[in-house]
Design a protein around this ligand. Structure first.
Ligand SMILES: [Zn+2]
Length: 426
């Protein structure tokens, strides 16, 4: 016992602090678990796991659990314990599974008081997401409701089955009067009447008003047969579809995209993703990085030196990119026009022209243009290679030709035809 007290003393006297931006916060004492890297942790693990070790070993000896036999007279492996992990290895059989479940149940019961009582693993993440949603104004609970059938497995006061919170939280003065607060819906709502069981009859004005509102709320509830079940309130049929929840989240959290991303197979996926990110201003330009507190030298444009290195300037405001765009318009034989941002350029390209094939080629050219400007900018930034407009134009022509030839399925993919006018390959 004295030894247990020692361990308890070590744990309860431990204090910890958190490194925040490199400096330690005030010390605080721990009420749960052990500190990261606490030397006591492996000993406690071994002590707890020793019990499990003995149980599994004896189950193996008594042929209640079959491990995997290593060939050529090798050992039989049934479990591996390492650091804070436990892995059971065994025959794929229901007896094996039932027996290991029994052992774990016996093991868990005595130690679950010691274990952290807080949520861990995936549930803690789920509960965090629910909290985040709540802070964004989405009440996750309001997405689901209870469909009362017989009312025999839903608690009348304690569960939120009618929507708007449990009756216990909405009518506390009444719930406290009920002889059985943990009663089921079926015990209070009968086919033609309500069956109350008060400790004393509601008499105060508040209680009488409450009973009126409560009766109003449940007057339309009709019980039938079968178990009550959870349903999704987002769909008409009560079946939960991820798509509907996704739409709800999009409508509340995601800012609506003016023009949806064009997903097509001719340019490589990385280019499509890049254009999508450029459209929503999510590429690592100097300005974008400095907004996030990352300082990376000068913020002036690397291609023309007269603007700033941000997404809008780089692709639509920069004179270097502008010259290339002018040349591309000339090549495609379309009137030159300028844009204020990447998304309006992509939107223009996606809606340009009437012929679907021509439209597709033009869009690929715009994707190639954006990609090659970004590459030229990066070459300048990281390799100090001087940006050369004719070279970038050559790159765009060659790269887009390559994409169109290999993925586009156009009949007349001839380089000489292509360089004269891209639409002549149709
Ligand atoms: Zn520029």
């Amino acid at each position: 016992m004295i030894w247990v007290k020692w361990v308890k003393g070590c744990l309860s006297s431990a204090r910890a602090s958190v490194l925040l931006n490199g400096s330690a916060t005030k010390e605080f004492s721990l009420s749960k678990g052990v500190r990261q890297g606490d030397p006591l942790s492996p000993f406690l693990f071994i002590i707890a796991m020793e019990g499990l070790n003995v149980a599994v070993k004896s189950a193996c000896q008594k042929s209640l659990f079959y491990g995997i036999k290593i060939p050529k007279d090798g050992p039989s492996i049934s479990y591996l314990f390492y650091a804070d992990d436990a892995i059971f290895v065994g025959d794929w059989s229901s007896t094996n599974f039932c027996n290991i479940a029994r052992i774990l149940r016996c093991f868990w019961k005595p130690i679950h008081h010691l274990a952290k009582k807080s949520l861990t693993g995936v549930w803690s993440e789920i509960s965090q997401v629910v909290n985040i949603l709540e802070s964004e104004g989405i009440n996750f609970n309001s997405v689901f409701g209870v469909k009362i059938m017989a009312g025999s497995n839903t608690l009348f006061w304690l569960e939120d089955w009618e929507g708007g919170g449990s009756f216990d939280s909405r009518f506390p003065s009444l719930s406290i009067l009920d002889k059985k607060k943990s009663c089921f819906v079926s015990e209070r709502i009968l086919p033609n009447e309500f069956k109350w069981a008060w400790k004393r009859n509601p008499s105060s004005d508040q209680e009488l008003a409450d009973i009126n509102s409560l009766s109003g709320l449940i007057s339309n509830v009709v019980t039938s047969h079968g178990l009550d079940r959870w349903i999704s309130l987002l769909s008409g049929d009560g079946v939960f579809h991820v798509r509907e929840l996704r739409c709800l989240l999009d409508s509340k959290i995601t800012s609506p995209m003016v023009n949806p991303t064009v997903w097509f197979h001719i340019p490589p996926l990385k280019v499509i993703c890049f254009v999508w990110r450029a459209c929503i201003d999510r590429i690592p330009t100097v300005m974008a990085l400095s907004k996030r507190g990352v300082r990376v030298g000068t913020n002036s444009c690397h291609l023309c030196s007269s603007g700033v290195d941000d997404t809008d300037h780089l692709f639509t405001g920069c004179s270097f990119a502008g010259d290339i765009w002018k040349w591309l318009c000339h090549w495609c034989d379309i009137p030159f026009r300028s844009f204020n941002n990447v998304s309006s350029l992509v939107e223009f390209a996606a809606n340009w022209g009437h012929c679907p094939k021509k439209k597709r080629i033009f869009l690929v050219i715009v994707y190639g243009f954006l990609w090659c400007i970004w590459k030229a900018r990066n070459e300048k930034v990281f390799r100090s290679t001087c940006a050369n407009a004719p070279k970038v134009v050559d790159n765009i022509l060659a790269l887009v030709f390559d994409w169109v030839k290999h993925k586009g399925k156009f009949n007349n993919c001839n380089w000489y035809v292509w360089v004269c006018n891209p639409f002549d390959i149709l």
